[in-house]
Design a protein around this ligand. Structure first.
Ligand code: ATR
Length: 275
């Protein structure tokens, strides 16, 4: 139930129908008995800026931003958190005194998910596979935590450019399997392993026994990479946890309660993904 005092937030995407954020935030709103709502906002790119200004005038507390608007959100903000500057993309907007404040919670979501799996994110070195937006946000979070990071991407020059911009080093795509033994953590930020896509070709037999294997893909929940990690007795960190943890700072800012990522939330969102 909501009243005339309800706090409002939502997720802006195009399309937005596949977003799990309304379910995720809606579960927390119900769990904490908060007078508020979190709605899906399907907005075409050319209307993005007008939509954000309107939400602010309508009294929204803020919004999440998803594909394809994260760079437009970055350009629109009056204030940027360091996380957003590093990522050059914004996924969380908070409206404060008529100003748009942007942050990027993907990096912190990744780090919190590692911690939730008992992995100290500061143990490095880390091998980041991919060089897109997710690699940038995660790589920056790891670098800022003092971790040695190597980027490895099919198109090597993208990895080289990314490393030159945010730090770390680039290595060639063909070197990824051989490089495993030098790393404590490997993260797939590519789209390989997603439902309907080919699997990531990474032979984990050469990895050291204490390698942690993380995937940001969460459809399917158990990617071929994660299944292979478990089969080799390695620690596997699934992508759904990052999705849940990246949502925490926005919810806290809009609704005034820092929510907990617990087994019940996993069950609800995983159940929806499997449905
Ligand atoms: P985002 O910004 O959402 O992270 P993106 O820019 O679309 O995503 O990047 C997707 C990543 O998956 C890229 O690193 C891409 O590699 P390229 O830069 O060479 O395109 C990687 N990727 C996609 N398909 C791949 C494939 N078949 N083999 C290896 N890498 C692949």
């Amino acid at each position: 139930m909501i009243t005339g005092r309800a706090r409002l937030a939502g997720v802006i995407g195009w399309p937005v129908v596949h977003s799990r954020s309304p379910l995720l935030h809606g579960t927390w709103l119900a769990q904490y008995g908060i007078d508020g709502a979190y709605v899906p906002l399907s907005i075409q790119p050319e209307h993005f800026a007008a939509c954000v200004m309107s939400l602010m005038r309508m009294g929204f507390a803020g919004a999440n931003v998803t594909i394809p608007h994260k760079e437009a959100a970055f350009a629109l903000c009056d204030e940027l958190a360091p996380s957003a500057r590093r990522a050059e993309a914004v996924n969380t907007l908070v409206f404060r005194d008529g100003r748009i404040v942007g942050s990027n919670t993907d990096g912190i979501g990744f780090m919190q998910n590692l911690r939730a799996h008992g992995v100290d994110p500061s143990v490095g070195p880390a091998l980041v596979l991919g060089a897109g937006g997710a690699a940038r946000a995660i790589g920056a979070a790891l670098l800022d935590a003092g971790v040695i990071v190597r980027f490895c991407n099919r198109t090597e020059e993208r990895a080289t450019r990314l490393a030159a911009q945010i730090g770390g080093l680039a290595i060639g795509w063909e070197a990824r399997t051989a490089a495993l033994s030098d790393h404590a953590l490997v993260i797939n930020t590519t789209s390989l392993g997603m439902a309907g896509r080919q699997a990531l070709d990474l032979d984990l037999a050469r990895a050291s026994v204490d390698l942690t294997v993380a995937d940001i893909v969460y459809v399917p929940l158990e990617t071929p990479l994660l299944a292979s990690a478990r089969a080799h007795g390695l620690r596997a960190v699934e992508g759904l946890g990052m999705l849940l943890h990246q949502a925490v700072p926005g919810f806290a800012a809009w609704f005034g309660v820092t929510p907990v990522v617990d087994a019940e939330l996993y069950r609800v969102v995983a159940g929806d993904l499997l449905a």
